[in-house]
Design a protein around this ligand. Structure first.
Ligand SMILES: Cc1cc2nc3c(=O)[nH]c(=O)nc-3n(C[C@H](O)[C@H](O)[C@H](O)COP(=O)(O)OP(=O)(O)OC[C@H]3O[C@@H](n4cnc5c(N)ncnc54)[C@H](O)[C@@H]3O)c2cc1C
Length: 470
């Protein structure tokens, strides 16, 4: 498993010294014939499955002027362009077979304006780094929940982060963005300036027609106490777990976050002694103003059927956002990884369907996460437009490429089984490379139509790569 040291080891390999900032763009470009090209190309992809797709040129800008110069170079040489930030896209949607790939990982400056509850952050900023900059001011932000995910692609595709029923889908906390357009112009977009591009930047995901060089963010006072409880039941008892959640979810306070994982039993010693191998694991996180309030928020969970006779429980444990991001990098097992999911409004039927699929799991590291959204009201107009009260995500990790087909088959059958309950997709979680139709399937029809029209308007010569396969 690769820990934080591994992450930052990779990062330092690509970082630029002060002296290097002064050198010309050509020294920040790596072409196919360069001896480092293959290692660099593979290093862009967070997970271990590295697609064979190869751009002509990889550029690593340090500044906005580098990005503007890179786009000029691309236009002059007839290269199509795509940007990437953290490289966490599971299908590596940014790896294309031709053109220029702009790696924005080096642009990760953060500024905080605590008086006005605002911050700015470069797209290469890791979620935990943003939290680290905000915490001394008593502030937080709904960064990705688990793993060190950069904000670049996370916010562009929506962003399902912490405290979702209070802080909302993260892209609605984007109050502006600096964007370099196909014409090479740097624009600050917000509700007043270039509102069309501002609309698109909040949710367009991997088909956005520009390069985001900075986000302007609304940030929030940290809750006074964040407290968690966890209850584990055998997978076979999923009907009891589902019944408890059917009761809890609609009546729960917006400061409570509930997540159900159908997964392997984390207590491997107990499994060796005969305990069930697969379990329903419920995580409840309370965001209270103080410990007493956080405890009170968790009490309905303890008093529900979830608290009765579980295989294991941990209750009322104090925590914080940095711990919950899995800052150590250990929260996701490393290997080849595939994810897919849907939005739904269903609870018990989904849990029954997915429990059945878990029994047929083809890798030992198969987890289905079901996140319950107590608040599905979107607070404004944005490209991010499709949501349901449950977000379902299958996450499979395996080591050997010979198992790829088996995994793909399991995911295909699982997505078919979910079809009757599906409202659509969440673009950040989808394998949009194998299933390009899931790009469109992540938007309401009106949003998709508007995105297509805006792309024509702002990138008439198709400088930027479109959604994969569209
Ligand atoms: C371990 C792990 C945990 C995750 N946890 C969560 C979670 O809790 N919640 C959640 O919502 N999602 C989560 N995700 C999914 C994640 O949000 C997406 O994979 C997201 O795209 C990652 O952001 P990135 O910056 O790494 O994107 P990248 O992989 O770098 O880029 C993805 C796409 O975004 C576009 N893009 C990226 N940067 C720019 C830019 N600066 N300008 C223009 N276009 C750009 C490109 O088209 C690119 O193809 C997780 C993923 C992983 C691997």
């Amino acid at each position: 498993m690769r820990g934080l040291a591994g992450f930052f080891g990779a990062l330092f390999t690509f970082s630029r010294s002060r002296e290097a900032i002064a050198v010309s763009l050509s020294e920040k470009m790596i072409g196919r014939s360069h001896s480092d090209f293959e290692a660099t190309r593979k290093g862009l992809v967070w997970q271990r499955a590295k697609p064979a797709r190869r751009p002509d040129l990889i550029v690593k800008p340090d500044s906005v002027s580098d990005v503007v110069a890179a786009l000029k170079h691309a236009r002059t040489h007839g290269l199509k362009v795509i940007a990437k930030s953290g490289g966490h896209s599971i299908p590596a949607s940014f790896l294309r077979d031709d053109g220029m790939l702009i790696d924005m990982l080096g642009m990760r400056d953060v500024t905080v304006d605590p008086e006005n509850f605002m911050a700015t952050a470069g797209p290469g900023t890791w979620g935990p780094s943003l939290l680290h900059a905000l915490e001394p001011h008593g502030l937080g932000f709904p960064v990705a929940r688990g793993g060190s995910v950069a904000i670049g692609g996370f916010l562009l595709g929506g962003g399902l982060g912490f405290n979702p029923n209070t802080w909302g889908i993260a892209c609605f906390s984007v109050i502006g963005a600096d964007v370099v357009t196909a014409g090479g112009e740097l624009l600050t977009v917000n509700a007043q300036q270039h509102p069309d591009i501002f609309w698109a930047v909040r949710g367009a995901g991997p088909g956005f027609f520009g390069v985001v060089t900075k986000y302007h963010l609304r940030v929030y006072p940290l809750p006074g106490a964040i407290t968690t409880s966890q209850y584990i039941h055998p997978l076979d008892e999923h009907p009891r777990v589902a019944a408890a959640l059917e009761q809890l979810v609609p009546n729960s306070d917006h400061r409570l976050e509930l997540i159900l994982l159908l997964t392997g039993n984390p207590d491997t010693q107990a499994v060796a002694a005969g305990a069930p191998e697969q379990v329903c694991l419920v995580n409840a996180v309370a965001y209270g103003s103080d410990e007493e309030e956080a405890r009170a928020l968790l009490e309905p969970v303890a008093n529900s059927a979830l608290g009765h006779d579980p295989l294991a429980r941990k209750e009322y444990e104090p925590t914080n956002l940095k711990i919950l991001t899995g800052e150590t990098g250990e929260s996701f097992p490393h290997g080849r990884m595939a994810t897919e999911g849907v939005w739904s409004n269903s609870i018990a039927p989904i849990i029954a369907t997915l429990s059945e699929r878990m029994r047929q799991a083809v890798t030992p590291v198969t987890t289905v996460s079901i996140r319950f959204m107590g608040n599905t009201r979107l607070p404004g107009k944005a490209a991010f437009s499709l949501i349901g009260s449950t977000n379902i995500l299958s996450v499979l990790t395996w080591q050997d490429a010979t198992d790829d087909d088996k995994v793909a088959g399991w995911l295909r059958d699982t997505m078919s089984a979910l079809e009757p309950f599906s409202l659509g997709h969440y673009i950040n979680n989808e394998d949009v490379v194998s299933y390009p139709e899931r790009n469109q399937g992540s938007f309401t029809p009106d949003s998709w139509t508007r995105l297509r029209a805006l792309r024509k308007q702002y990138d008439p010569d198709n400088l930027f790569h479109d959604y994969f396969g569209v």
